[in-house]
Design a protein around this ligand. Structure first.
Ligand code: PBG
Ligand code: ZN
Length: 329
């Protein structure tokens, strides 16, 4: 039997004040992690064509940008390097003088209280553009995790707080945890891209970072988007290997997984709203077809509602601007 007319859900929606009072999920700039691109061989910040409003910075202005991010109330950045030198083994990914290592030292020196996360992968640094070490035309897992461990240690030495391995190699978290501990970095955390899908939504990032594979694709290491249970196994294994923070990537097309992961595991959960998600909103708004800020807030709130504790998003700065205004008075 219907409870109407005694029950009326519209009572709690009748004005702005009561709606705000019973709002279930509230997005905060404190939930956001801002991606930061640092590029070798450029003189000034260049806008990334595939990601309007996002810039690639030279070392000389990377700290300034980190300060702007911090001033918006955002607590954390994730750094991506765009090196000028690439080779077979991706040696600039673990070079003391690599672009990421330099950027971390620079930010550490000039910015206080900012949590620095570094993406640990090889694809921007290898001539073949794969995330692992290639041997006889195949990605060699066990050699790859050795290289990834070196990358992680070099980033921790530079001053990173959290290492974020994104190569989807088996055993990468274990190899990195052991290497960090062996080198005296037992307090450096690992945020693994645990459930990273082989998504077509990474194209704008690869365009920016020049990191597309020169042969084949990433299906032999990243997850197929049809497989949710396999994704849960990936997360389970990362937990057994000692991960501190788990991640689902991309976000918007994988909200079901964010929800399931949150209800199954008690670790902090990050969601990565990827370049293609940003580009879809940006270019549609440019065509005048949607309200960019409103769609942005709807997407980010949905990711939080699904269960993400923190969100990596290219909208971080814009969202922080709006959220600060909204809740600061
Ligand atoms: C490196 C890496 C990628 C992204 C984050 N780290 C690219 C890839 O896997 O091809 C994608 C980020 C995005 O699309 O925003 N492995
Ligand atoms: Zn990669």
């Amino acid at each position: 039997m219907s409870k109407f007319p005694t029950v009326r859900l519209r009572r709690l929606r009748s004005n702005e004040s009561i709606r705000e009072l019973f709002q279930e999920v509230r997005l905060s700039e404190k939930d956001l992690i801002a991606p930061l691109f640092v590029q070798e061989g450029i003189e000034r910040a260049v806008e990334i064509e595939s990601l309007p409003g996002i810039f690639s910075f030279p070392l000389s202005s990377i700290a300034e940008e980190a300060i702007r991010i911090k001033e918006l109330g955002i607590n954390s950045v994730i750094i991506f390097g765009i090196p000028s030198h690439k080779d077979e083994e991706g040696s600039s990914a673990f070079d003391y003088n690599g672009i990421v290592q330099k950027a971390v030292r620079e930010i550490r020196k000039k910015v206080n209280d900012l949590t620095i996360i570094t993406d640990a992968c090889l694809c921007q640094y290898t001539s073949h553009g794969h995330c692992g070490f290639v041997k006889d035309g195949k990605i060699d897992n066990d050699l790859s995790i050795k290289v990834l461990a070196k990358v992680a240690v070099s980033q921790a030495e530079a001053g990173a707080d959290i290492i974020a391995p994104s190569a989807m190699m088996d055993g990468q978290v274990k190899a990195i945890r052991e290497a960090l501990d062996d080198h005296g970095f037992s307090n450096v955390s690992i945020m693994s891209y645990s459930a990273k899908f082989a998504s077509s939504l990474y194209t704008p990032f690869r365009y920016a970072a020049n990191s597309s594979p020169s042969f084949g694709n990433r299906m032999s290491y990243q997850l197929f988007y049809a497989n949710a249970r396999e994704a849960l196994r990936e997360i389970q294994l990362d937990i057994e290997e000692g991960v501190d923070i788990i991640m689902v990537k991309p976000a918007i097309a994988y909200l079901d997984l964010i929800y399931r992961v949150k209800s199954l595991f008690n670790l902090p959960l990050a969601a990565y709203s990827v370049s293609g998600e940003y580009a879809l909103v940006k270019f549609t708004a440019k065509a005048g077809m949607i309200d960019e800020d409103q769609v942005m807030l709807e997407f980010l709130t949905s990711i939080k509602r699904a269960g993400a504790d923190v969100i990596i998003t290219y909208f971080a700065k814009r969202a922080a601007e709006i959220l600060k205004d909204k809740y600061s008075h």
